[in-house]
Design a protein around this ligand. Structure first.
Ligand code: NAI
Length: 328
């Protein structure tokens, strides 16, 4: 049998955690032959720790054959010990009257501490996915706080945006969602993101040619994907959780087990691709093989796309500038 892999999840007693943990333990991320040990982090707060105990009781009650160990933590230094995989889900939500800079500062504190802990105790090959918002900037902070780990180990989640765009396109065309390939969502996980189907195919045909409706793209598709998170809050009274957990599973599954040449979107540190400055964590098209992702290069960028890509980049650069003084 395979040696177990250690998977840390932060914010484990939260909404997304409640969907995510059961699927990790069921083998949906690492494969049906891969035993896992869950190392779960919550804030020290008594209520949060008690809720975490309740979630762990339910995990036990599933009797998952692949779940061979599970521990609860309130300190990232113990939660991240020897881990192979980290899902950084817990973050500070925006409270009433909280300004953007306060939100950035609160999260900078969390992700500096977690980056340092990863640097100190995680496996050198750890794969980190940041889900907690602002996800790209939080991933950037964690990466900058972990100088002894390769920068490429730090990623942010744009897969929910990618999956949302896939479903919108499938519905518009009346085609099966699973047949769409080569979609990209560029940039920040925020309403400025740019879903780009210029290269996409469905059953080998061009999606752009089939839809052939630039006004729909600009005035319906792009804003619908960008504002989908807000639409779900409005409808459900709570933010997206099961779909976010599902996207986190897709992201990590594909990174570890490969995409067989298919493109997916991941927020990854730039090495200057497409004119995005080095180290900005930006949504790019990637393929994954042997546990490594590779940015798809050489795509043609037209004027409309360049403008959108720069717009979402500028937002990321502003967020970076807002936390710079907090990174030592
Ligand atoms: P939630 O509020 O239900 O759960 C968050 C949990 O994290 C809470 O239990 C809280 O105690 C915990 N937490 C907070 N700070 C922590 C810390 N420093 N260490 C460990 N745990 C900590 O929130 P939910 O719905 O689970 O969402 C989590 C995050 O994911 C939010 O920031 C949300 O905005 C983000 N999100 C990101 C998406 C994406 O596509 N990137 C999509 C949906 C949500």
């Amino acid at each position: 049998a395979k040696a177990p892999m250690r998977v840390a999840v932060t914010g484990a007693a939260g909404q997304i955690g409640y969907s995510l943990l059961f699927r990790i333990a069921n083998g949906d991320v690492l494969g049906k032959d891969q035993p896992v040990i869950l190392q779960l982090l919550e804030i020290p707060d008594e209520k949060a720790q008690k809720a975490l105990q309740g979630v762990m009781m339910e995990l036990e009650d599933c009797a998952f054959p692949l779940l061979v160990g599970m521990t609860a933590h309130s300190d990232p230094m113990t939660a991240f010990k020897d881990i192979d995989i980290a899902f950084l889900v817990g973050a500070r939500p925006r409270g009433p009257g909280m300004e953007r800079k306060d939100l950035l500062a609160a999260n900078a504190q969390i992700f500096t501490a977690q980056g340092k802990a990863l640097n100190a105790v995680a496996k050198r090959t750890v794969k980190v996915l940041v889900v907690g918002n602002p996800a790209n900037t939080n991933a950037y902070i964690a990466m900058k706080s972990a100088p002894d780990l390769p920068a490429k180990n730090f990623t942010a989640m744009l897969r929910l945006d990618h999956n949302r765009a896939l479903s919108q396109l499938a519905a518009k065309m009346g085609k099966p969602v699973g047949d769409i390939e080569k979609l990209v969502v560029w940039g920040n996980h925020s309403p400025t993101m740019y879903p780009d189907h210029r290269f996409a195919t469905v059953g080998g045909e061009s999606v752009k040619a089939l839809i052939n409706d630039p006004v729909w793209n600009k005035e319906v598709h792009i804003p619908t994907v960008g504002k989908r998170g807000a639409a779900i809050i409005e409808a459900r009274g709570l933010s997206s959780a099961a779909s976010a957990a599902n996207a986190a599973i897709d992201h990590m599954h594909d990174w570890v087990l490969g995409t067989n040449g298919k493109w997916v979107t991941m927020g990854v540190p730039s090495n200057g691709e497409y004119g995005i400055p080095k180290d900005v964590i930006y949504g790019f098209p990637v393929t994954c093989e042997n546990g490594e992702y590779k940015i798809v290069e050489g795509l043609e960028i037209d004027e409309f796309s360049r403008e959108r890509m720069d717009h979402t980049l500028n937002e990321l650069l502003e967020e970076q500038a807002g936390v710079k003084h907090l990174l030592s």
